[in-house]
Design a protein around this ligand. Structure first.
Ligand code: PEP
Ligand code: MG
Length: 864
């Protein structure tokens, strides 16, 4: 009942059922619905709340056998927040509620511990003043410091009863000075104000910001848990602590945690005193330790997951205050999954569901050390995960040169383009001041598994002067820079890096994922190296080979340019003939790695001008050649003219994809020739060729596909490839294609959703600019909670995907359906593709393991 009771409330209630009422202090939960009603009424308690609270309180008092505020023997309560999802430290809590000038004496008498009673009272006053009435923490700390000075002591714990009594007076005075009211002595009034304060904390700045970052909806509200206090600070047979049912860092079988003798819970977490390792509890309180160990096992087997608990021992008696699933690093998640299955605690499927698929990235890339302490220089988009560090270089050429000289470098650019790809290979990581998750830098970096932080708004890269500036710091080539692409931060500090391990346990979990999942997992790869890596990670084929990348290498680009510069078909064909062997060689490499598996090859997609130099640059060169009267003037002028000719106002909506193939069929012909020749050559050499899937990009009309299909079939026949396993299909990346998917399906063997372009065209958001532009503001204003380029926009773009899948299969029941946009590696989007009935997802090599686990989770949940 987590939605209604919040995580804490639901867990405490359930834990009480599992462990029995004696183990868990009595209490009640005010629902999240009450908080929502309170917010709706503009901060007024909903009707009936008061009566229900006093009812529940009556039962709590009955169970405790004591009354709140009883001057002789009072029960005290804690009032804690508890949202559906944990928001650690963001919402308010109040402890020791129910103390006043009279009940404090009663508490002193019944516990025989005057100091404890007054210490509890002053703690309550402190929290109440701060949390319920906004008395600033500094004013409170000042009062404590003054009191310590007066008593001549250093530590809070050295204050004697008389000092604590005096401190209570100080706080009461402070309270009335700051609020203009007396501190409320009536426990019911204290409770009312505390409940209100917890509700209000839901709308506090801290909480709002936390929710924004963690994508928790504002509408949920928090529950309020009122629970009888037990005391870990009643002397040496009492303690408070936190305990994980297994090692919280490694996931190993030994429970871990911290505790403090003679202390309350917040002392353990606040860091005021250094807590002791849980293992030492065995010596300090053997009986409580034994019980705790047994309880941890019981909770684990009940919840079938690793638990994170809070406990208190009050005069030798162990109480459990809270339990929840433990947050854990990827390493521990994998270890737990494997051990839990071996111990018979969970099934493989259940074990898979305990793993956070997205977090597995950490096991595939180096990361900043867990305890790394460094100052963030600037933040940007977390474009490609992992961490890296090295000397700054500003150009791909210097990256290559430095790497050849054995130096580790980080490529820092305003943005990157095709020419920079060699620099990516050479660099450890990439930083750009522009671009988002779908920018060239991000795509290429993710494909290669290089960490990248993009769109660092505060970074100004001045290539002309060879320096970069960030908030007043000037960086030069050769300066050290480190980046964490998982978090999207950069720093100039020499942060230690930790290497990833793909260990046996991880392999095992991936194996189970393969048993459970129904979605296929392929990879987006354009080189044999990427393809091989993806195979090692478990890819079952290539879902997208972007052939344009093959023309960007240094030895191809000039030929590609000649081809584009050519004015006649004949000249173009001559240039293409030179490109053909290169293209064939590239395919052979890929096909060898993927023999026997499906390989989807997309024919040339981007607008031609992407292969030409920048207009400005050529114009400057022409100018120079004119002044210096150099002999290449004519060539340069021709180039400038051609660049002008092919450049478009909206290239992303321009002559690209199949439009290019229709305009210049000879380009696609050459590509198909290369594919067929490579497949035949590989089959000849190794006896097996891949299953070829030739994919036509950016199709909007079925006639485009009819045209292209004819071309492909003709060339395949001409090249003697008729007996190859070869199908022809299309990318679905335009809204129109989704609307007329049945027509397109009638001429396609498969669809592959290009959700990058589909998102761009459905939303009218530029995939290159939106993330570093207005999307940040959209998130701040809560119009969106995440980038639609990262997680598929289910109601909008997702609807188009569903529509196309449905109508496409209606026209052709055996139509194969895949997705090769970046969403193919995003766990949440993968869950959607499962529901939409796709056959496979395709993602960059490093995301393949994540996709395998996410697909298994999606299948498991779908099955449920
Ligand atoms: C897409 O648009 O989703 C896609 C996979 O193609 P590209 O990113 O190359 O445009
Ligand atoms: Mg596309």
């Amino acid at each position: 009942m987590r939605d209604l009771l919040g995580g804490k409330g639901a867990n405490v209630a359930e834990m009480t059922r599992v462990l029995g009422a004696r183990r868990v202090p009595a209490g009640f939960t005010i629902t999240t619905e009450a908080c929502v009603a309170y917010m709706r009424r503009g901060g007024t308690e909903p009707e009936g709340l008061d009566e229900q609270v006093s009812d529940a309180l009556g039962r709590l008092e009955e169970e405790a056998g004591k009354r709140l505020g009883d001057p002789n023997d009072p029960v005290l309560v804690s009032v804690r927040s508890g949202a559906r999802e944990s928001m650690p430290g963001m919402l308010d809590s109040i402890l020791n509620l129910g103390l006043n000038d009279r009940s404090v004496e009663g508490l002193a008498r019944t516990t025989g511990n005057e100091r404890f009673a007054w210490d509890s009272y002053r703690r309550f006053l402190q929290m109440f003043a701060n949390v319920c009435r906004g008395v600033p923490g500094e004013a409170i700390e000042d009062a404590i410091a003054a009191r310590k000075r007066a008593a001549g002591v250093e530590e809070d714990t050295e204050l004697e009863t008389a000092d604590l009594r005096a401190l209570v007076d100080d706080f009461k005075r402070l309270f009335s000075e700051r609020t203009g009211e007396e501190f409320p002595q009536d426990p019911l009034e204290q409770l009312r104000q505390a409940i209100r304060a917890v509700f209000d904390s839901w709308l506090g700045d801290r909480a709002v910001e936390y929710r924004r970052i963690n994508r928790i909806p504002d509408e949920w509200g928090t529950a309020v848990n009122v629970q009888r206090m037990v005391f870990g600070n009643k002397g040496d047979s009492s303690c408070s602590g936190v305990a994980f049912s297994r090692d919280e860092i490694t996931g190993g079988p030994e429970p871990s945690g911290d505790f403090l003798v003679n202390a309350q819970g917040e002392d353990v977490v606040s860091g005021v005193r250094t807590p002791r390792d849980l293992a030492e509890l065995r010596e300090a309180m053997p009986e409580a330790h034994r019980e705790l160990m047994e309880i941890l096992r019981r909770l684990e087997s009940h919840y079938r997951d690793m638990q994170d608990t809070e406990f208190t021992v009050e005069e030798g008696r162990l109480y459990m205050l809270q339990t929840r699933s433990a947050k854990r690093p990827a390493q521990a998640a994998v270890r737990f999954a494997v051990d839990a299955v071996e111990e018979g605690l969970v099934t493989r499927q259940q074990a898979l569901l305990t793993v956070d698929a997205g977090a597995l990235d950490a096991l595939l890339h180096p990361t900043f050390g867990r305890d790394a302490d460094y100052e963030v220089l600037a933040r940007g988009v977390n474009a490609s995960p992992g961490a890296a560090k090295g000397e700054i270089v500003f150009t791909a050429e210097s990256a290559v040169a430095a790497a050849e000289a054995g130096r580790q470098v980080v490529l820092v650019r305003p943005f990157t383009e095709a020419d920079d790809v060699a620099g990516f290979f050479a660099a450890r990581g990439i930083i750009t001041s522009e671009g988002g998750k779908a920018s060239h830098a991000a795509l290429v970096a993710r494909g290669m598994g290089k960490p990248a932080v993009c769109g660092v708004g505060e970074l100004e890269v001045d290539l002309a002067s060879g320096e970069a500036r960030v908030n007043g710091t000037v960086l030069h080539e050769g300066d050290l820079i480190a980046l964490d692409g998982t978090r999207g931060v950069i720093t100039t500090e020499d942060v230690p890096l930790v290497d990833p391990e793909m260990d046996e346990a991880f392999e095992k979990v991936l194996g189970w994922a393969d048993e459970v999942r129904t979605l296929g997992v392929r990879t987006n790869a354009d080189t044999p190296e990427d393809a091989l890596r993806a195979r090692e990670f478990g890819a079952e084929g290539i879902g997208l080979c972007r052939t344009e990348h093959m023309f960007m290498a240094a030895d191809r680009q000039p030929k590609m340019r000649t081809m584009i510069m050519a004015r006649t078909e004949e000249a173009r064909r001559t240039a293409l003939a030179e490109l053909l062997p290169h293209q064939q060689q590239d395919f052979e490499g890929l096909f060898e790695v993927m023999a026997g598996l499906p390989v989807t090859i997309r024919l040339l997609d981007p607008p031609l001008h992407e292969f030409l130099p920048d207009v400005e640059e050529v114009a400057q060169e022409v100018e120079r050649a004119r002044i210096e009267r150099t002999p290449d003037l004519e060539d340069l002028e021709r180039m400038l003219e051609r660049v002008h000719e092919v450049s478009e106002t909206n290239p992303m909506l321009g002559t690209r994809g199949c439009r290019l193939g229709i305009l210049h069929p000879e380009i696609y012909e050459m590509q198909v020739q290369a594919i067929v020749r490579a497949a035949l050559a590989v089959r000849e050499r190794s006896g097996a060729a891949p299953h070829l899937e030739i994919m036509i990009p950016l199709v909007a009309y079925e006639m485009e596909l009819v045209y292209m299909r004819k071309l492909v079939e003709r060339v395949v026949a001409d090249e003697g490839g008729a007996d190859l396993e070869l199908t022809v299909g299309t990318m679905i990346e335009l809204p129109r294609a989704c609307f007329v998917a049945d027509r397109i399906a009638s001429v396609a063997d498969f669809f592959s959703f290009g959700t990058n372009d589909l998102t761009q065209t459905a939303l009218g958001f530029s995939r290159d600019d939106a993330e570093r532009g207005f999307l940040g503001r959209y998130r701040d204003e809560r119009i969106l909670d995440r980038s639609p380029f990262e997680t598929l926009d289910r109601p909008g773009v997702g609807w188009l995907v569903r529509l196309a899948a449905w109508t496409g299969r209606e026209a052709k029941p055996d139509l194969k359906l895949g997705i090769c946009g970046e969403h193919g590696g995003d766990p949440e989007s993968i869950a959607f593709f499962q529901l939409a009935g796709l056959d496979y997802v395709s993602c960059s090599p490093y995301r393949v393991p994540i996709a395998r686990v996410a697909a298994a989770q999606a299948a498991a949940r779908d099955g449920e």
